[in-house]
Design a protein around this ligand. Structure first.
Ligand SMILES: CC(C)[C@H](C(=O)O)[C@@H](O)C(=O)O
Ligand code: SF4
Length: 458
């Protein structure tokens, strides 16, 4: 019996502990943001402990930052969290990407962008979308605040080894169908719990067609299918992406040689397999209040006597039987750690270019990091959006979750490139519809979703 990618990375990191019990795992990279770290630092202070490996720890500000007038934080709780992070990083000697600097941005955007995220690593962060980094062939998962304290103090974490699940993605995507549609369709078809207890690895020929940005979108949402970790084997696309980034190893050839050992020997080594043909996939949109309540753009909203469906229909003010294209859209949001990278912004700009958004729509474009913003501006993408009537803002989590001034108003239907459509997620009583960047951009033009595979649509 061979080994999976997961097994190979795991085995290199076990310090102590038996199989079947929690094992102590070495952590290569600890990413920190302002929401889940204050009590952890406080705990260190109370116990007079230091950060064990400050050079393996990196902090950024993302959830609470305003995306307009960034140095003027009006909300007192947000202000305090930002200031506390700055103070803690100073006191404990941790690198921090401060507001306004090129490296600042959403934690899951900046890790890869800076080359901190690398194949074969164990990466943790007090944030559930840490699975994003698994796209590079690392074991990456979210941890709670008490675990953040433990990792700060020891650079290790106790973990129960999960089972492994392989998700076989095969076939070629049709033009207009995105990585986001793959993961949304998978969750719609297998539910929000299919990955519970598993480290999920995506594999198969479809991945070869996907850029690192696309791959990150898929791993990012593994958690919405219940899997703490989503992984992919590193390959030439991974190595090319990492080359010459700020923190990638200087002896890059030697690093690539090391990284090449991380792959699954044979699919029969997974504990479980899901087979997924992407060739017939249509773009997906979510109509309800969890990511599994999603349908192809060609479908009508499902009928069901399920109580959760009834509640979702009530919250969303929608009715079963209407077409996906009939959902009214009054707001759009392009950004987040799911789809706030340069390639996502480019995809959206391609659709928007030469159009004006509907007079009934407010459109916010929020790059995932300051570097993404700068690069997009170099390409003139900001101008495309502004000319079309969209707002081009500063980086942060923004309206992905309503923890900062960017909130979607009550009752408004917002087409959003984010990953969660829970009640109140984007603002009290706001109605979120998840979709790909191109689908969201097209919805801004029409004031409702359209099937972007049809040429006349855009
Ligand atoms: C605030 C943070 C702890 C949270 C998470 O863990 O994911 C947030 O990033 C989210 O997307 O809901
Ligand atoms: S962009 Fe959204 S999903 Fe990602 S870390 Fe921020 S709040 Fe969480």
């Amino acid at each position: 019996m061979g080994k999976t990618l997961f097994d190979k990375v795991w085995e290199k990191h076990v310090i102590t502990g038996q199989a079947g019990e929690p094992q102590l795992i070495y952590v290569d990279l600890h990413l920190v943001h302002e929401v889940t770290s204050p009590q952890a630092f406080e705990g260190l202070r109370e116990n007079q402990r230091q950060v064990r490996r400050p050079e393996r720890t990196f902090a950024t500000m993302d959830h609470n930052v305003p995306t307009k007038d960034i140095f003027n934080i009006k909300d007192q709780i947000s202000k305090k969290q930002i200031e506390t992070l700055e103070k803690n990083c100073q006191e404990f000697g941790i690198r921090l990407a401060k507001m306004g600097t090129a490296d600042q941005g959403i934690v899951h955007v900046i890790g890869p962008q800076l080359g901190l995220t690398q194949p074969g690593q164990v990466i943790v962060c007090g944030d559930s979308h840490t699975a994003t980094h698994g796209a590079f062939g690392s074991i990456a998962f979210g941890i709670g605040t008490s675990e953040v304290e433990h990792v700060l103090a020891t650079q290790t974490i106790w973990q129960m080894k999960p089972k492994t699940m392989g998700i076989h993605l095969h076939g070629q995507l049709q033009p207009g169908v995105a990585a986001k549609d793959i993961i949304m369709a998978l969750i719609a078809q297998h539910g929000v719990n299919f990955g519970v207890g598993y480290a999920v690895e995506f594999y198969g020929d479809t991945l070869q067609q996907l850029s690192m940005e696309n791959r990150m979108t898929i791993c990012n949402m593994a958690i919405e299918g219940g899997a703490k970790m989503g992984m992919m084997k590193p390959d030439q696309t991974t190595f090319d992406y990492l080359k010459d980034r700020k923190y990638t190893p200087r002896n890059f050839a030697a690093a690539v040689d090391y990284w090449k050992q991380f792959y699954t020997d044979d699919p029969s080594d997974y504990d479980q397999i899901i087979d997924f043909d992407v060739s017939q996939l249509a773009p997906y949109i979510s109509w309800g209040t969890n990511p599994a309540m999603a349908i192809p753009i060609t479908a009508t909203l499902p009928k069901s006597s399920d109580k959760n469906f009834e509640r979702a229909y009530h919250y969303m003010d929608l009715k079963p039987g209407i077409k996906a294209t009939e959902i009214p859209i009054q707001w759009i949001f392009i950004g987040s750690c799911t789809n706030g990278r340069l390639e996502d912004i480019k995809e959206a700009a391609k659709v928007i270019k030469g159009h004006h958004i509907s007079p009934h729509v407010t459109a916010w474009i929020v790059p995932g990091s300051r570097t993404v913003k700068n690069e997009a501006e170099k390409l003139g993408l900001d101008k495309i959006f502004k000319d079309a009537g969209c707002e081009w803002r500063d980086p942060g989590c923004s309206a992905c979750l309503a923890m900062n001034p960017d909130k979607i108003p009550a009752g408004i239907h917002c087409a959003s490139t984010t990953n969660r459509n829970f009640e109140g997620r984007q603002g009290k009583d706001a109605r979120t519809h998840l979709a790909s960047p191109a689908m969201v951009a097209a919805a801004a033009i029409y004031g409702h979703f359209v099937d972007i595979r049809q040429k006349e649509a855009i």
